[in-house]
Design a protein around this ligand. Structure first.
Ligand code: G3H
Length: 254
């Protein structure tokens, strides 16, 4: 036992209207009311955040996350959402630096670092995503890529602030492809990340840090991943959109 509380997070990406969000929570909340030994996070699209935050108010271990945010509090940034706006509606986590933000929308490590810092400053816990592409893995650059992303993402974070940070390892080649990393391969990178954090900050911070795995997590493979010593949770895309499959993932038994 490592003492870290398991955390299962759903990233809905650009799926579900407000009505579909309501229908999900109506069915999901009664199903998870008896679960107390793990944390659950759901990251719906911006249009459903307010409603989702209200719906989980009475469920102490279920939290709502945004999938992205701007680092400024306000300003002339058309189409952006600020940490103040998220905080005001009860959002307590934010996913930052997801590979789709990095690769489709061109987010840099520098920008991601500013977002992570801003989230913490505003009392929102960041889930910093890192992960290599297939090409980078095949060229033997995985550790170097992860290390650069961690350095950039945490460049402005102090020792004390690390308490609110979660890191998600999501190999890009495993996202939405059905190709999950084997538990051993995921463990190898998680262990590398924990060592990096110990060097960058210190061992107790590294020991307390929750590291999530993401990339084609399903009810069938979650237990094998969660059995690994450095995997503390999952960031689930496709399989989180359906109540039954997400409930099965949340209820993993290792
Ligand atoms: O944030 C979640 C990941 O991108 C994983 O997505 P996936 O479970 O559909 O592969």
């Amino acid at each position: 036992m490592n003492g870290r509380r398991p955390l299962i997070a759903a990233n809905w990406k650009m799926y579900k209207t407000l009505e579909e969000t309501r229908a999900f929570f109506k069915e999901f909340i009664p199903k998870i009311k008896d679960i107390f030994d793990r944390d659950i996070i759901i990251a719906p699209p911006f249009t459903s955040l307010n409603e989702a935050a209200n719906l989980v108010k009475e469920v102490p271990n279920c939290h709502i996350a945004a999938q992205n945010m701007h680092f400024e509090e306000q300003g002339a940034f058309t189409g952006e959402i600020s940490p103040l706006m998220l905080k005001a509606i009860g959002v307590s986590f934010v996913i930052i630096g997801h590979s789709e933000r990095r690769h489709i929308f061109g987010e840099s490590d520098d920008l991601i670092g500013k977002k992570v810092k801003s989230a913490i400053t505003h009392g929102i816990c960041p889930i910093l995503c890192v992960g290599e592409t297939l090409e980078q893995r095949e060229q033997g650059h995985t550790n170097e890529v992860i290390s650069t992303q961690i350095d950039g993402g945490l460049s402005l974070v102090s020792l004390e602030e690390m308490e609110s940070v979660t890191i998600a390892y999501e190999p890009v080649w495993a996202i939405g492809t059905g190709k999950t990393a084997t538990p051993e391969l995921a463990q190898e990178v998680h262990s590398f990340i924990r060592k990096l954090i110990a060097q960058k900050f210190n061992s107790p911070i590294a020991e307390n840090l929750r590291l999530l795995y993401g990339g084609s997590v399903k009810p069938e493979n979650v237990a094998g991943l969660m059995n690994q010593p450095d995997i503390d949770g999952a960031l689930v895309g496709g399989a989180s959109l359906e109540v039954n499959s997400f409930e099965k993932i949340v209820r993993f038994e290792s």
